[in-house]
Design a protein around this ligand. Structure first.
Ligand SMILES: NC(=O)c1ccc[n+]([C@@H]2O[C@H](COP(=O)([O-])OP(=O)(O)OC[C@H]3O[C@@H](n4cnc5c(N)ncnc54)[C@H](O)[C@@H]3O)[C@@H](O)[C@H]2O)c1
Length: 348
């Protein structure tokens, strides 16, 4: 329980950190404040200090982490730094919200989750899509068993350009391309809504279409470092009998779209557009409800941050995600890359 403003440290003050900054500002200074900021980049650090003049600042995150001073650290750098920063934050007594993708591999994920458990602190991954109104509704619908058992899902993340505003395309920094950086959102969502089963087998193939596609439009410096996959297809079997098909593409000419479709024994639901269709005595009946609020990306980060901060203040658990789910997501990402490399199915 925290009966004052929640004190937050931000490591990395780039694109996504600024979405969090806006979310925290919206909560007001009585509820939460950014008490420490860190970035290697002088301009970004200066901009963060302007937003939060009372915050201490540092280029080295170790200096930013005064033991016992921060309630929450948001790790908003690229994944190659997530493990060390999360461990150091937990060591300093802070709970951690780490941006996706979680870690570079499952070993790192296990290290962080084990440390959090020993320290009695919380770790959550920034899977903000879980906070969209349609996601919350579908999770409750499937959990409530009124639309049957999940048997199959498709999850996709297809875009017309690679995300070149940050090195998501550079493996040593990002840990993976379209799967780890993009598709991981809808994969997580489809798994969570589908009852969070455990994976049994994974088979995947990947390709890199850049610079053959989009090359002339993208800075030459990026060409030198772009070594991540930008096309992926994968197939995952789960222990509840369900199987999922995954598709990721950063150079799609078809359209820019990401979503999922989940088939159950009684109907089919989709994320975007949000639909609920049910078989009623052989007829397909549209049972899509009208929900309060829209499935806006930025809004879902605001809802996520408000929920986590609210739970910290109330001394309640962050119940929306647990260590097993986090580890399973990371294991599937790792296994997709291993399968694509070896040309064989990975069996857990
Ligand atoms: N949840 C979402 O919807 C969403 C959206 C975009 C990005 N992200 C995730 O957020 C993370 C950051 O992505 P981004 O697009 O904001 O990247 P970015 O490059 O815009 O920002 C990262 C910042 O971290 C700083 N940084 C790097 N190494 C550092 C270090 N050792 N110490 C201190 N600062 C350091 C960089 O200087 C940069 O300012 C990634 O994991 C990305 O996948 C999540």
């Amino acid at each position: 329980m925290i009966d004052r403003a929640v004190r937050i440290g931000m490591i990395g003050c780039g694109t996504q950190a600024n979405v969090h900054f806006a979310a925290i500002k919206e909560l007001t200074e009585q509820i939460a404040t950014v008490a420490a900021v860190c970035d290697l980049d002088d301009e970004r650090l200066a901009a963060a200090c302007q937003l939060w003049p009372q915050a201490r600042s540092a280029k080295d995150y170790h200096e930013m982490l005064s033991p016992g001073d921060l309630d929450l650290v948001i790790v908003a750098t690229m994944p190659n730094t997530h493990e060390a920063m999360s461990l150091a934050s937990l060591e300093a007594g802070a709970n951690v919200l780490c941006e996706k993708p979680f870690m570079m591999n499952a070993t790192e994920a296990q290290n962080v989750l084990a440390k959090a458990e020993t320290a009695g602190l919380r770790v959550q991954l920034g899977t903000n899509m879980r906070y969209m109104p349609s996601s919350q509704y579908l999770h409750r619908l499937i959990e409530g068993d009124s639309i049957g058992t999940p048997v199959y899902a498709k999850a996709w993340g297809c875009h017309d350009y690679p995300p070149v505003w940050a090195p998501h395309y550079h493996l040593a920094t990002s840990g993976g391309g379209v799967l780890a950086s993009t598709l991981v959102h809808t994969l997580d969502l489809a798994m969570w809504i589908g009852g969070s089963p455990n994976p049994l087998t994974v088979s995947a193939a990947t390709n890199k279409l850049f610079p053959g596609k989009r090359g002339p439009k993208i800075d030459a410096k990026i060409h030198e470092r772009y070594d991540a996959e930008d096309l992926l297809s994968a197939f995952v079997r789960f222990d509840n009998g369900a199987f999922y098909s995954l598709e990721g593409n950063w150079c799609s000419e078809a359209k820019d779209y990401h979503s999922f479709e989940l088939t159950t024994t009684k109907g089919t639901v989709t994320g975007a557009p949000f639909t609920v269709k049910v078989d009623v005595e052989g007829e397909i009946v549209d049972q899509t409800p009208t929900l309060d609020g829209e499935d806006d990306w930025f809004k879902s980060v605001h809802t996520q941050d408000a929920a986590l901060i609210g739970k910290l203040r109330a001394g309640e658990a962050w119940a929306l995600q647990d260590a097993r789910q986090l580890l399973n997501l990371q294991k599937i990402v790792d296994a997709c890359y291993e399968s694509a490399r070896s040309g064989r199915e990975v069996v857990f």
